[in-house]
Design a protein around this ligand. Structure first.
Ligand code: PEP
Ligand code: MN
Length: 523
């Protein structure tokens, strides 16, 4: 299968899992044609920089934080929400950098994480049997808006653009510096356990001292504070990347462009090496660029052919297959979900041809041999940084599967980044019928994962979390997961349950996780 020629739409010849059926195919074609002419959201040089940083995580020289909402909603595309999300990702990563003493690669589930896979195409709402909600880029949550509407794909593009534009603006205005220098009120008021409150305070004091020290020795780029509107010429003073599940292949195809690989074509607008950034006040920055050599020709050396309508940006070159590659320009990082990773399916076919670094969700139904076959298809040239395996077994199942997966991958010699997703195998329904996750179970899967990797001469390269820094008007966090230092009880879930998809850790619970991981690395 993987030996056949890859083209932008070769996925269409394969079985498509989680298909969406549009009542008016002509309307879909019109939208896709428009999408294919719109500008990229991200550039090849940013994508290559992330590939390089993920290769560092593979070598245990960086740690990946992949986090954000289960599903973004169009209505949540607001100044407050975006600021809260970025603020939490920065705070979390600061704690990790501080404890783990290694750079953190930040990848948000943001600016495009709209589509959701569903276990069933239909669901019962009250008396009615309706199409399942598939995410804001497909249909509406309202039960009268469940018919898939292709205009939503266009809206997804523009919401992604608005989100990413604001993220870039925040980061290039010194927002990260502000966050790092004044870690927001860490909401100690909500921490109900005195012991944990003490631990928090001690860590924050130590953090404050370290930041003061770096400011004193001039290692702190406080010359571009958020308030003063200091301008930066790059995306910001921290690297930040976007990601989403690559579920809607029509959309992904329309945003995939055959573009020059940075460094491989002298006349390319993308050839300048990734800009080097000032180091952050956190002190440890992920090296942003690989040694000055062109990345290898992608796609197993085969010629990926592009569709004419998306080839507009391609420059003429003696051998475009060596100098150009199909980049998905809708996000830096895309992943294949646990429900769409079939070896002979459409999603794997599409993903094998794009140049972006990719993730694959790995659950209990994956067998070791199958995992290695998948890696052969997705990364035949075994390039470090290309594939991250995001494992999500469940705290009670990890011991039955992860050891076999690690040994199979080790025996194959594939260079992967192992990322622990402690969320998706640990979802439960509370007595009141709300989907929830228990903090203790989440922590237990992370702890087991760290232990199993260490016992197998492997290492955990990152975590993938569903969390949100959102606060309501009174300044309270969401109540979707149970437990944590705030000891949120099941009976409190209904207070501020805002997710229309999976339950997310709130601000305090997320920082609890950050401290726990950070403390592990400090030992
Ligand atoms: C998700 O990450 O939101 C998700 C649906 O995960 P998985 O594919 O692992 O179930
Ligand atoms: Mn989810």
């Amino acid at each position: 299968m993987a030996d056949s020629e890859w083209t932008l739409d070769s996925w269409k010849d394969k079985p498509i899992a989680q298909p969406v059926s549009y009542p008016d195919p002509a309307a879909l074609t019109k939208v896709l044609t428009k999408l294919a002419t719109l500008p990229p959201l991200v550039t090849p040089s940013e994508i290559e920089r992330l590939r390089y940083q993920l290769a560092l995580a593979h070598r245990n020289e960086a740690f990946v934080l992949h986090a954000g909402d289960c599903a973004e909603g169009f209505d949540a595309c607001t100044h407050e929400n975006i600021t809260a999300k970025i603020g939490l990702i920065l705070s979390f990563s600061l704690i990790l950098v501080w404890g783990a003493r290694r750079p953190v690669v930040r990848i948000g589930r943001i600016a495009g994480q709209y589509a959701k896979p569903r276990s069933s195409s239909y669901e019962r709402v009250g008396e009615r049997e309706v199409l399942s909600f598939r995410g804001d880029n497909v249909n509406g949550l309202d039960i009268d808006a469940r018919t898939p509407d292709p205009e939503r794909l266009l809206s997804a593009y523009f919401h992604s653009t608005a989100t990413l534009n604001y993220v870039r603006a925040l980061l290039s205005s010194g927002f990260a510096t502000l966050n790092y220098n004044h870690p927001r009120d860490w909401s100690l008021a909500h921490v109900r356990s005195p012991a944990l409150q003490r631990e928090f305070s001690e860590i924050i004091d130590a953090l404050g001292d370290a930041l003061d020290f770096s400011a004193t020795i001039g290692a702190n780029p406080s010359n571009a504070p958020y308030e003063r509107g200091g301008a930066r010429t790059t995306i910001g003073d921290v690297d930040f990347y976007t990601s989403h599940e690559g579920l809607m292949l029509d959309y992904e195809q329309a945003l995939t462009r055959k573009l020059p690989i940075p460094g491989s074509s002298p006349s390319s607008p993308y050839t300048s090496p990734p800009a080097s950034r000032p180091s952050t006040s956190a002190g440890r920055k992920v090296p942003s660029s690989p040694p000055p050599q062109a990345p290898q020709a992608p796609n197993n050396g085969k010629a990926p052919s592009a569709q004419p309508q998306t080839d507009a940006a391609v420059e003429t070159s003696a051998d475009p297959n060596k100098t150009h590659a199909p980049y998905n320009t809708s996000a830096h990082f895309l992943w294949i979900g646990d429900r769409t990773r079939q070896l002979t399916g459409a999603h794997v076919e599409y993903f094998r041809g794009i140049r972006n670094p990719i993730g694959v969700k790995v659950g209990p139904s994956m067998e070791g041999g199958e995992l290695v076959r998948l890696l052969e298809i997705l990364n035949p040239d075994r390039e470090p940084g290309r594939v991250s395996l995001i494992t999500r077994y469940g705290a009670g199942k990890i011991q039955n599967h992860l050891p076999e997966h690690i040994t199979s991958v080790q025996a194959s010699g594939h260079p992967v980044v192992w990322i622990c997703d402690p969320m998706h195998g640990n979802t439960q329904t509370s007595a009141s019928g709300l989907k929830t996750r228990h903090f203790g179970t989440i922590i237990s899967e992370i702890a087991e994962c760290l232990r199993i990797h260490a016992a197998h001469d492997s290492h955990l390269g990152g975590v993938s979390l569903e969390f949100t820094g959102e606060l309501n008007d009174e300044g309270f966090s969401v109540t979707e997961c149970v437990g944590g230092s705030m000891e949120l009880g099941e009976e409190e879930l209904g207070l501020r349950y805002q997710s229309f998809c999976d339950p997310r850790l709130n601000f305090e619970q997320s920082l609890d996780v950050a401290f726990l991981i950070s403390n592990h690395f400090k030992k």
